[in-house]
Design a protein around this ligand. Structure first.
Ligand code: GRF
Length: 215
């Protein structure tokens, strides 16, 4: 059973989607630990409800970002975590964690990368006027949302859309593709070849997930 460590900063609906997927039997994994960098993150309540160990690690108690991420790494390693999932974790991950978990950290981003990296991907999409946006699960490297793409889902952007309405539409897809990417990882089907992530058989389901809404 794949051992997961989840990092979150806020609401934790993607964290919940992972929990739900495990509880529904769709994902063979166990969440060993939730780490939050905000003491009031609602994700903590979700962890409590599902008896998942949780830890608040306060960045202010460390002399550098490196030391902060080193402490996170130690907690994950201590519990034998094999895959780290960033589920709404609002920080750029630094070297000590990247080096210990190379190609074993994944992130969910609310845009079709490489478009609209960084904060407010949904707002950027509305303001730019794109007709299609979506979400991306990718491996994490030292850049800002720059690592190899695992899977993406597309959603239409309508002329009436606001940041809020588009965020809601994208979030539904986030909750679908994040557990899906973890499942592919847990089945040993993801291989990183340079910038590309090759998804191995039995099917090609992961290579091009298109939202049926787009027809
Ligand atoms: C999501 O939109 C995620 O893509 C982004 O931050 C948001 C977190 O939402 N990185 P939640 O905390 O999982 O509800």
């Amino acid at each position: 059973m794949l051992k997961l460590g989840v990092l979150a900063s806020g609401r934790g609906s993607n964290f919940q989607a992972i929990i739900d997927s495990i509880e529904a039997g769709a994902l063979r994994a166990k969440i060993e630990l939730l780490i939050v960098d905000k003491s009031d993150a609602y994700a903590i309540e979700r962890a409590k409800k599902h008896s998942i160990e949780h830890l608040f690690i306060n960045s202010k108690e460390f002399s550098s970002k490196g030391a902060f991420f080193s402490s996170i790494k130690d907690e994950l390693i201590k519990r034998g975590v094999e895959l780290v999932v960033l589920a709404g974790f609002m920080r750029v991950v630094k070297k000590p964690l990247i080096d210990a978990y190379t190609n074993r950290i994944i992130n969910i981003h609310p845009a079709l990368l490489p478009a609209f990296p960084g904060l407010h991907g949904q707002r950027q999409a509305v303001e730019y006027g794109v007709k299609i946006s979506g979400c991306t699960v990718h491996f994490v490297d030292e850049g800002m949302d720059t690592g190899p793409v695992i899977i993406q889902a597309a959603v239409p952007v309508c002329s009436e859309d606001t940041e809020e309405s588009l965020s809601a539409r994208i979030l539904m897809q986030e909750h679908r593709i994040l557990p899906e990417a973890i499942r592919l990882y847990s089945e040993g089907r993801l291989k990183v070849e340079g910038r590309r992530v090759v998804i191995s058989s039995p099917t090609d389901e992961g290579c091009c997930i298109i939202n049926p809404m787009l027809g």
